[in-house]
Design a protein around this ligand. Sequence first.
Ligand code: PMV
Length: 342
Amino acid sequence: FNISNQTVTAICPSNIALIKYWGKYANQIPANPSISYTLNHCNTQTSIEFLANEPFSVQTFLAGNEEVKFAEKIEKYFKNIEQYLPWILKGKYIIKTENTFPHSSGIASSASGFGAIASCLMELDKTFSSEIRDASFEIKKASFLARLGSGSACRSLYNGLVVWGKTDEVEGSSDLFAVKYPDSEIHPIFKNFNDWVLLIHEGQKTVSSTVGHGLMNTNPYAERRFQEARENFVPLKQILKTGDLQNFIKLVEHEALTLHAMMMMSEPAFILMKTGTLEVINKLWKFREETGHPLFFTLDAGANVHLLFPENVSSETIKNFIETELLQHTQKGGVVKDVMRF
Ligand code: PMV
């Protein structure tokens, strides 16, 4: 390796899972396959200044403010991936990151954050290495490295729909890195989709996703849940191909509620939804029943509600309903409007 001082930059979007990853084995191996939409506007921009031949240390800044806790996390992460990037402990790092979405809004920054860091590391690796490698290798290794930082981050390296975890339903899928779900197998209705994130509760979550994953180890329903997630890939594949929006809605909402049901059935139990989360879900169901408009939701490991709806003829009515009826259940009228377009 021929290391030298370098500054590299990368941008990586966040993602929202449709079939959820919840539960894992050692070394960030997922207990079941998952699939997500990569977002467009919610992203992390990261620059890494590498000072070669200095003692190994990491300094991190989030939106200009030094973050010591995050630096400790990254130091541990770099030590953990040394076996895949042999030069990584041979220098000092100054890492600067900014998110396009509000800090501590409850929108997960770990997926976009680790995705961006992994992309930066692959840029450094490329300049330090004399090997000739193709672009598909680079992105696969970036996804592999991102997974070791935060599992769901490995899906953020690709746009569109992205699968992580081995499933017979998706060719080339792996537990070690994510792969793109083939665009040619996706009906156009799913390629121009809105995701409006209602910021129900801003601030720290009471239970981290690391702890949440861990509680699946003793959850009596875990095996059944993993099996269901695997099975859900079979109808989903058909749904995506044919543009079956009604069954898409059913499957995606079921996945979101199952994720939160698993939390409630953990020992100790925990609940990340807030009153506003339930109020929004009930209003949304009533609206859908009365109007038939395809507005539905998914949830992350938090209280925020991701409102999903295709961009088409009925989207104006839907947007109107969200603004007049649902925004009032957020803490500060907060909504982040994203869109998936590919
Ligand atoms: O990547 P982690 O460890 O933060 O776990 C994320 C888990 C969920 O967001 C709840 C689901 C998913 O598949 O993204």
